[in-house]
Design a protein around this ligand. Structure first.
Ligand code: GRG
Length: 609
C-alpha cells in the first residue's frame, strides 16, 4: 500500500463538441432505431465507440460500406466535402456531427480562399480533422504545416498573401511557435479572429500543466488515436513530469505508479468520466488519496445536431404535399407488413391489401403526423402508427359493410370486400388487419422505447374495445328507445372519435409536450372526432355517391339516430360549426405551429368525401 496522492485535473474529459456528437448518434438510434451507420470513430475513444455499438450503431470506414437509404452519421472531426457528396449520391440520410468549432475553421479557410489567400493549416498530417479541413477546398489551396522546417519547403514566395488556421486540438505552445515562424516567413499574413485551438483543448492543457508542476507522474485517461489526449501527455512531459496515456483502468502502468508519491490525473476531451472513475477507484484501492484541483469553470453548450432535414415533411409546405408524402410512406409500411405475413395465404393477403392499401383519405395518419410534427416527434414513427391505425380503420369499415351490420355494396368507389371476395374472407381479413395493427405498433421500429410501445398498444386496445369502436358500433346498432343528443354523442365519440383521439394521443407520445399542451390536444381530438362523424352524417344527405364512393340517403330510411336525423341538416351544421370553434380554441396554445391541425379541422368540417 502507498500513501501517495492523486491530483485530479480540472477541467477534464468530455467537451461540448464530443457530447453533442455522441448525443446525435443516440438521438438517431432513439428516433430511427438500429442500425444507424457512423463513418469512422465518432470521437477518438474506443469505450465510446463500443458503448454506441452496443446500442446498435455500426461503424464503417467508408461511405460505400453503408446500405443506400440508411442513416449515415459523420464524425465530430469534420469530413471532406467529397464524403458528403458520396453519401448523397448513395441516397444516404446524412447527419453531420461535426463540432461547431471545427465548422468555424472550415468557414474561415473558405473565406480566405475566396479572398485569394493561400491557407497554411497548422496541424498533424493525416489526422481526420486535417483531412476534413483540407477537403473543404480544391486540392492545392491549403498546405499542412506541422514543423517550422515545413515552411521552408513550401514553394511560395514571401510576398504571397497567406492566412493560417490551426487544428482545434493542437498544442498551444507548438502552435504559437508555428505562427511566429509564419510571420517571419511571409509579409502578408491573415490570422483567425479568435484562436482556432478550442476552449476545451486550451483549458485541459492549462489544467494539466498546473498539476504536472507538482506531480512526478501524470496519467492521461485517453485513447491512443486521440490527438488531444496525446497533446496532454506532451504538455505534462514538457513540464518535467513523466506521463502515460491510459485508455482504461486495466492499462494503469503500476510499476511507475506504485513508486510515485504524487500523481496527476486528467482525461482527454473524448474520454468518458466512467473511465476516469474506474482509474480513480483502482488508485484508491492501491492506497492513493484523491484530491481535485480547482479549475477553470466550463459552461459551453452547443445546440444539438439538428435532425430536422431527415424529416420528409421538412421539404413540404401545403397539406396536399404532406399528404402525398405520407400516403406513399404509409402504403410502403402496409405492403411490407402484409407481404411478410402471407405464408402462402395469398387470398387473405390479397383481401387485406384490397381493404387497406392505396385508398382512403388517410385522415387519421395525417393527424398522427401533424401532431408528431408539432411536438418534435419523428415522421417515420408517425407513419408506422398511421399505418397501424389504417389497419384498424379498414377492419372497422370491412366489418361495418357486412350484411349483418350496414350491408353495403360499395366502399371507396368499388365493391365492398365481402362483395369482391366473400363474407368469410371479409371477416378473416378484418381479423388479420386488427392483429397486424398491434404487430406494427409493438415492433421496435415504431419506437426504440419499449415502454412507449406498450403504451401505444394499450391506448389502441382501449380505443377500439368496449368503450371504443366496438362499443360505439353497438350503440349505433342498438340505440335506446328515444335517443337524446347525449346518447348520440356517446355513440359517435366512441364509434368514430376514439380512433381519432388515439391518433392525436399517439402523435403526442412521439415528442415532448407539457401536461397542459397534452390536455389541449386531447380536447382538440374529442371535438374533432365528433365533427368528423357529424360531417359523415351530413354527407349521407348532401353528398354525391360517386364522390363519396359509397351509397347515400341510407340513414333516414334505416331509422338510425344520426346527427342529421335528430337535429336536421341545419342543426347538424350548427353543431359542426360549434365543434370546429372548440377545436380552434384548443389549438390556441400552439400558435402558428398548429397550422396543419387547423387545416385538418377545416377539412373535417367542409369535406365532400
Ligand atoms: C375495431 C374492434 C373493432 C371493432 C369495429 C364495425 C365496427 C366495430 C365499428 C364501425 C365503426 C365505423 C365504421 C365508424 C364510422 C367511422 C367513419 C366516419 C368512417 C369513414 O372514415 P373516412 O371518411 O373513410 O376517414 P376513408 O375511406 O377516407 O378512410
Amino acid at each position: 500500500m502507498t500513501s501517495g496522492r492523486v491530483h485530479l485535473a480540472n477541467p477534464r474529459g468530455f467537451c461540448a463538441g464530443v457530447q453533442r456528437a455522441i448525443d446525435a448518434v443516440e438521438q438517431a438510434l432513439a428516433l430511427y432505431g438500429a442500425p444507424v451507420y457512423v463513418r469512422r470513430a465518432i470521437v477518438h475513444n474506443m469505450s465510446v465507440v463500443e458503448a454506441l455499438e452496443r446500442q446498435g450503431a455500426v461503424f464503417v470506414q467508408e461511405i460505400d460500406a453503408i446500405p443506400s437509404g440508411a442513416i449515415a452519421i459523420l464524425s465530430a472531426h469534420g469530413s471532406p466535402r467529397s464524403v458528403k457528396s458520396a453519401a448523397q449520391q448513395r441516397g444516404l440520410r446524412v447527419i453531420d456531427a461535426v463540432c461547431p468549432l471545427v465548422s468555424k475553421v472550415h468557414n474561415e479557410v473558405e473565406s480566405w480562399y475566396r479572398q485569394g489567400r493561400h491557407v497554411l493549416l497548422i496541424g498533424h498530417q493525416g489526422h481526420p480533422e486535417i483531412i476534413g479541413t483540407l477537403g473543404q477546398l480544391p486540392a492545392g489551396a491549403i498546405s499542412v504545416v506541422s514543423h517550422v522546417d515545413d515552411l521552408d519547403l513550401l514553394d511560395l514566395g514571401r510576398n504571397i498573401a497567406v492566412a493560417y488556421a490551426v487544428q482545434t486540438t493542437y498544442a498551444m505552445r507548438d502552435a504559437q511557435q508555428m505562427i511566429d515562424a509564419i510571420y517571419d516567413r511571409f509579409d502578408d499574413v491573415a490570422a483567425p479572429r479568435a484562436s482556432d485551438i478550442c476552449y476545451a483543448t486550451t483549458n485541459r492543457q492549462t489544467a494539466v500543466e498546473a498539476i504536472a508542476g507538482h506531480s512526478e507522474l501524470v496519467l492521461v485517461a485517453g485513447d491512443g488515436m486521440s490527438s488531444n489526449a496525446r497533446r496532454l501527455v506532451e504538455v505534462a512531459r514538457a513540464r518535467g513530469a513523466a506521463s502515460y496515456l491510459v485508455p482504461a483502468a486495466d492499462a494503469i502502468p503500476w510499476d511507475e505508479v506504485r513508486s510515485a508519491r504524487s500523481i496527476g490525473l486528467t482525461a482527454a476531451a473524448s474520454t468518458p468520466e466512467t473511465v476516469v472513475t474506474a482509474i480513480c477507484t483502482a488508485l484508491a484501492d492501491a492506497g492513493f488519496h484523491l484530491d481535485e484541483a480547482p479549475g477553470i469553470p466550463e459552461n459551453v453548450r452547443f445546440r444539438p445536431v439538428s435532425l430536422d432535414h431527415l424529416e420528409p415533411w421538412s421539404n413540404t409546405e401545403t397539406l396536399e404535399e404532406k399528404l402525398a408524402c405520407l400516403r406513399r410512406d404509409v402504403d410502403a409500411v402496409l405492403l411490407d407488413a402484409i407481404g411478410r405475413t402471407s405464408h402462402g395465404q395469398d387470398r387473405l393477403a390479397d383481401a387485406m391489401r384490397y381493404a387497406v392499401v392505396g385508398n382512403g383519405k388517410r385522415f387519421r395518419p395525417m393527424l398522427v403526423g401533424a401532431v408528431a410534427d408539432l411536438v418534435g416527434g419523428a415522421y417515420v414513427q408517425a407513419v408506422r402508427i398511421g399505418a397501424a391505425i389504417e389497419c384498424v380503420h379498414a377492419q372497422s369499415l370491412v366489418h361495418d359493410d357486412l350484411p349483418c351490420m350496414d350491408d353495403d355494396d360499395m366502399r371507396r368507389g368499388r365493391p365492398t370486400l365481402h362483395r369482391q371476395f366473400d363474407e368469410a374472407t371479409a371477416v378473416l381479413a378484418g381479423d388479420a388487419l386488427l392483429a397486424l395493427a398491434f404487430e406494427i405498433l409493438a415492433e421496435e421500429a415504431t419506437h426504440a422505447d419499449a415502454k412507449i410501445r406498450v403504451e401505444l398498444v394499450l391506448a389502441l386496445a382501449r380505443a377500439i374495445g368496449q368503450d371504443g369502436l366496438a362499443g360505439g358500433q353497438m350503440m349505433d346498432l342498438y340505440p335506446p328507445l328515444n335517443p337524446t343528443g347525449a346518447d348520440l354523442f356517446a355513440c359517435e365519440s366512441r364509434k368514430t372519435g376514439a380512433l381519432i383521439r388515439f391518433a392525436v394521443q399517439a402523435g403526442a407520445m412521439l415528442g415532448k409536450c407539457s401536461a397542459e399542451e397534452f390536455a389541449q390536444l386531447l380536447r382538440f381530438a374529442d371535438n374533432l372526432g365528433l365533427v368528423f362523424q357529424i360531417r359523415d352524417d351530413m354527407l349521407d344527405q348532401i353528398g354525391d355517391a360517386s364522390v363519396l364512393g359509397k351509397a347515400v340517403d341510407k340513414d333516414a330510411a334505416s331509422g338510425r339516430a344520426t346527427a342529421t336525423v335528430m337535429f336536421g341538416l341545419e342543426g347538424a351544421a350548427r353543431q359542426a360549426s360549434e365543434l370546429e370553434s372548440s377545436c380552434h380554441d384548443a389549438l390556441t396554445l400552439f400558435g402558428a405551429k398548429a397550422a396543419s391541425l387547423r387545416d385538418l379541422t377545416r377539412f373535417a368540417v367542409s369535406r365532400m368525401h
